[in-house]
Design a protein around this ligand. Structure first.
Ligand code: PMP
Length: 427
């Protein structure tokens, strides 16, 4: 059969761009983007080299800058208690678990972490994976397949899209945060698919906005489908004590089928988790490729996440402080006439410049003035939505936030930006 198939195919001449990376059209496109960046005369803003810990400040090229470019929302990376627990775990368990947990077994701290995450989220069980991205990819890729449908928010994170593509299920985005559009889509497809999986996020990392979770839960219950919520940016940051979107809205955590979160942000570590009912977790532990065929979460990361969770439980004031700082940033930025888009008390605050060049120039000017913040350029967002994105942490002081906003407003005008009509008089 192989021979006749080959005979039927028209022969294609093999070209150098098929086997030389430097000639790949995809690689050439990347170089073109780089070239466009170079024409501006500004340094490449990506892969900056940091010489130490990044919390409220970071050291680059021997200079200490106020930093808004890491997800260390609660300052757990660098917290003495978290560092101590992580170091002790390396000494006790080593630097790797050296195989899949299915075959090499669990370390005591794996079970402790999974138990405490489940209790924190308010569901029966949880399982941790080595990466946040791979948590989504393997879970979504594995739970649904051909004959199923995934309905996801149009601004979903890449890991959700990749999981959907991997699954082989049909994929349909609905308009950002638009639960009515989801309701309509579910009505339209009723009875046509085996499983329907709806995927939304807690806090969206580009705009810092969030969905009306109770509405999504009501729709999911009415249409009898599965609901998954990615809490990468909301666990530890939302709700009075940091339990995430269920706490924020007073929703029963068990009314969401699949809670996903990362350990890399509020939990000062690396990896991701899925939390839900015991059957879901057991099924993933025995069958999800990204868990079964991948090494277990390393001791240092497991212990760091566990210690972070315990610090968070003992110090809920970190969550309150984070909210205060974030609200202060938005309030003062708006008073200056900066455009903070949809941001609303979450740790992600965009300052929309409206074009990529302006975002790049502003980020560079702020860098020179001692503030580290990343520009988000086209094609990551639409050109008119180009922005700087500030990640606030509980470790930023009121003074740092105040000084930063003053500097952003000053530099924005200096690089040619136009301020909006101030919302309130500057304080
Ligand atoms: N989901 C969302 C919404 C994210 O923003 C990210 C990354 N920031 C991930 C998943 C992947 O997490 P990680 O970086 O820990 O792999």
């Amino acid at each position: 059969a192989a021979a006749s198939e080959q005979a039927d195919l028209p022969l294609r001449e093999v070209k150098p761009e098929d086997y030389t990376f430097a000639l790949f059209p995809e690689y050439k496109r990347l170089k073109q983007t780089e070239q466009t960046l170079m024409i501006t005369g500004l340094p490449n803003p990506y892969f900056t080299v940091h010489e130490g810990l990044t919390r409220d400040t970071t050291r680059i090229d021997g200079r200490d800058l106020i930093s808004f470019a890491s997800y260390n929302y609660l300052g757990m990376s660098g917290d003495p208690e978290v560092t101590r627990a992580s170091t002790e775990a390396v000494e006790r368990f080593g630097t790797s678990v050296s195989a899949s947990r299915l075959v090499s077994g669990n370390k005591t701290i794996h079970g402790e972490l999974e138990r405490e995450i489940a209790d924190w989220v308010g569901v029966e069980a949880s399982v941790v994976f080595v990466g946040g991205h791979s948590t989504n990819e393997t879970t979504i890729g594995h739970l649904v397949g051909p004959g199923d449908l995934i309905l996801h928010d149009a601004l979903s994170h890449n890991s959700i899209i990749q999981g959907a593509l991997l699954s082989g299920a049909r994929r349909r985005p609905f308009e950002h945060n638009d639960f009515e559009a989801l309701d309509r889509a579910l009505t339209e497809v009723r009875g046509q698919y085996r499983r329907v999986l709806v995927v939304i996020e807690g806090v969206y990392s580009m705009d810092g906005d969030f969905p009306d979770l109770p509405k999504f839960v009501e729709i999911k219950q009415r249409h009898k489908c599965l609901l998954m919520v990615d809490e990468a940016h909301s666990i530890g940051t939302m709700g009075a004590t940091g339990r995430g979107m269920a706490e924020h809205f007073g929703v029963d955590p068990k009314s969401v089928d699949i809670w996903m979160g990362t350990l890399s942000k509020s939990f000062g570590s690396c990896g991701g988790y899925i939390a839900g009912c015991a059957e879901l977790v057991e099924y993933l532990q025995y069958t999800a490729p990204g868990f079964v065929y991948s090494v277990g979460l390393p001791p240092a990361s497991t212990a760091a996440a566990l210690a972070s969770l315990r610090v968070l439980k003992a110090e809920p004031q970190r969550v309150a402080r984070l909210k205060e700082r974030s609200n202060q940033f938005v309030r003062e930025a708006q008073a200056h006439g900066l455009n903070t888009g949809q941001s609303c008390g979450t740790p992600v605050v965009p300052v929309i410049t409206g074009n990529s060049l302006l975002a790049l120039k502003l980020s560079h000017a702020l860098f020179e003035a001692g503030i580290n913040v990343q520009p988000i350029l086209y094609p990551a967002v639409e050109e008119a939505a180009a922005r700087l994105r500030f990640f606030i942490t509980s470790e930023h002081t009121e003074q740092q936030i105040h000084d930063t906003v003053e500097e952003v407003a000053k530099q924005y005008v200096a690089v040619g930006g136009k301020l909006l009509q101030p919302a309130h008089a500057p304080q």
